[in-house]
Ligand binder design. Structure first.
Ligand code: AHR
Length: 551
């Protein structure tokens, strides 16, 4: 019954469009997309398609690391199927070891002979999700089996750039210098380079991306912004460079806390100002975690369920994820007041829907959750927002790669499958390195009932990019019942050919499982070209990609 409230007024919209622009648009279309080839917005960095891996629950142990002696197919102890699937989508960059874990981690614990590495208490041992654990395994007591060398091996196997998050809360700056030295000092030079060589890695890892703490307003030290700015100076005033162009990333605000951003940059750039050419990133985290529709601000009570949800929750989740673009715009505007040339870009290194516990595949998977088609749309609209803001964002890493919040893969022991998010990343890979193009979407809003009040959400949105004579358009249709009959035009070129792909599901709860790993996947989508217009019927509840060859 509730579904009936979700009608899109397509016929009416078509008529309005016909009146307002009879030259171009046919009355049957209820949406139109106009791509402006002569209005590039900046190159879409491949690094917007990165992933995040933290020592939480089943991410590293069970997800990435199975051990060399395991019966599970592995390369040097790393789950082979994971590596293969990551290569399929050419993951460009992986962030590690946290998250909050990073600020309790001593990298020296994770090098040298594995049998001699110390066992430490994991940062997440006290989390409410950890309370369900039957045994105190690696989720509680970190064995340090997977350390810097193993992570670098993982990156190398995948073909990804490493992005390390340094501990600012509980280790002094010299430990950070030494981590850089261990990773980057040339073969045969420093004592740490020799230790690296003894572990089988004579050549430097050449790590460019370094996070200086994580969520320093919270788990990363509970600092005031001025205090964190002062620590940031101390940690970054001198770091051995070894000719590697270091990219230093500062910990940004809690949500869209503008005050944190103003006060941090004020402290860094005014008065006794500090200019460091390697300071190039401002980290933003955006989780869609409160789905209570304003009923509570409680972190646990506000969470929704990954699988049990109503129509209103569908839109609430998409609406919450969609806020990322506002956050990027607000943060960018403040940063521009202090750094008008925008040397410092946004690094969205954690994002995704975050639900309450209960859908994890194994009790050990702290923050593990199922991933439905709803999450695929949420991930897609987030990636579209990054593409549209290509000039602002330099790196983004999805939280998190496997067995966690917004995972691309779920696995336990010898069973493994890709979630709908994997298919989104596969579809969107075509944008990497492309030129982001201004693209206008015009579609009637979707209307729905939000606790007795009328609410609306956009009816179609997306992004486009160009590489040579190929234009890629991706878009999300959030309407649960109505297809969007779209007409796509290019300003500045003719359309020669087109090919479509869609990820859609008739059930909004659809998700993949061990038993049915392909319940949600991408399939071909019909398109047609006539009178210079590309026509496509975009299915309800879908993510689509159009590959358009220019004539
Ligand atoms: O991704 C899980 C946690 O969420 C990260 O450790 C932390 O940075 C954030 O609060």
């Amino acid at each position: 019954m509730e579904r009936r409230q979700f009608l899109k007024s397509s016929a009416l919209a078509g008529a309005v469009l016909a009146i307002s622009n009879t030259r171009i648009w046919a009355t049957s279309a209820d949406s139109r997309v106009e791509i402006f080839l002569e209005e590039p917005r900046g190159e879409i960095s491949p690094n917007l398609y990165g992933q995040f891996t933290e020592h939480i629950g089943g991410v590293i142990y069970d997800g990435v690391w199975v051990g060399e002696q395991s019966k599970i197919r592995n390369e040097f102890g790393i789950r082979a199927e994971l590596v293969e699937r990551m290569k399929e989508i050419e993951v460009p960059i992986v962030r590690w070891p946290g998250g909050c874990f990073a600020d309790s981690y001593d990298w020296k614990d994770g090098i040298g002979s594995t049998s001699e590495r110390p066992v430490r208490t994991n940062f997440w041992e006290g989390d409410s999700d950890a309370a369900r654990l039957h045994e105190k395994g690696p989720q509680v007591f970190e064995p340090n089996t997977f350390g810097t060398n193993e992570f670098m091996r993982f990156c190398k196997l995948v073909g990804a750039e490493p992005y390390l998050a340094a501990n600012l809360r509980s280790l002094p700056p010299l430990f950070f210098d030494h981590w850089v030295e261990y990773c980057n000092s040339p073969a045969g030079t420093t004592t740490l380079a020799k230790m690296r060589a003894e572990a089988g890695f004579p050549e430097p890892f050449k790590v460019k991306f370094w996070g200086i703490g994580n969520e320093s307003w919270g788990c990363g030290g509970n600092f005031a912004p001025e205090e964190y700015a002062s620590e940031f100076r101390r940690y970054t005033s001198w770091i051995p460079s070894f000719g590697v162009g270091l990219q230093l990333i500062a910990a940004g605000p809690n949500g869209n806390d503008i005050d944190w951003t103003h006060r941090f940059f004020d402290e860094i750039f005014t008065g006794h100002s500090y200019h460091n050419p390697s300071f190039t990133g401002w980290s933003i985290h955006h989780y869609a975690s409160n789905l209570s529709r304003g009923k509570t601000r409680d972190w646990l009570l506000g969470k929704g369920d990954a699988l049990k949800f109503e129509l209103v929750d569908w839109f609430e989740l998409l609406r919450e994820c969609d806020r990322v673009e506002r956050i990027m715009a607000d943060q960018w505007a403040v940063m521009g007041q202090y750094d008008p040339q925008h040397q410092i870009k946004l690094v969205v290194d954690e994002y995704g829907p975050w639900y309450r516990e209960g859908t994890e595949l194994d009790p050990t998977h702290i923050f593990g959750q199922q991933v439905t088609v709803r999450d695929a749309l949420a991930t897609a609209l987030t990636l579209d927002a990054f593409n549209r803001n290509a000039e602002k964002v330099s790196v983004a890493t999805c939280a998190q790669l496997v067995n966690n919040i917004n995972a691309l893969f779920l696995c336990h022991e010898d069973r493994f499958f890709a979630t709908p998010n994997f298919h989104v990343f596969k579809m969107y890979a075509a944008h990497k390195g492309g030129q982001s193009l201004r693209t206008e979407f015009s579609a009637p809003d979707v209307h729905y009932d939000r606790d007795g009040r009328p609410a609306r959400f956009w009816g179609l949105n997306g992004s486009a990019s160009q590489k040579g004579n190929l234009v890629t358009l991706t878009a999300v249709n959030p309407d649960l019942t109505q297809p969007s009959q779209a007409q796509v035009t290019l300003r500045g070129a003719a359309i020669a050919r087109s090919r479509g792909t869609a990820l859609a599901a008739s059930d909004m709860h659809a998700h993949n499982t061990f038993e049915n790993p392909d319940a949600v996947k991408a399939t071909p989508l019909d398109t047609s070209i006539g009178a210079g217009i590309l026509n496509v019927s975009i299915p309800p509840a879908s993510v689509i990609k159009l590959e358009i060859t220019l004539g």
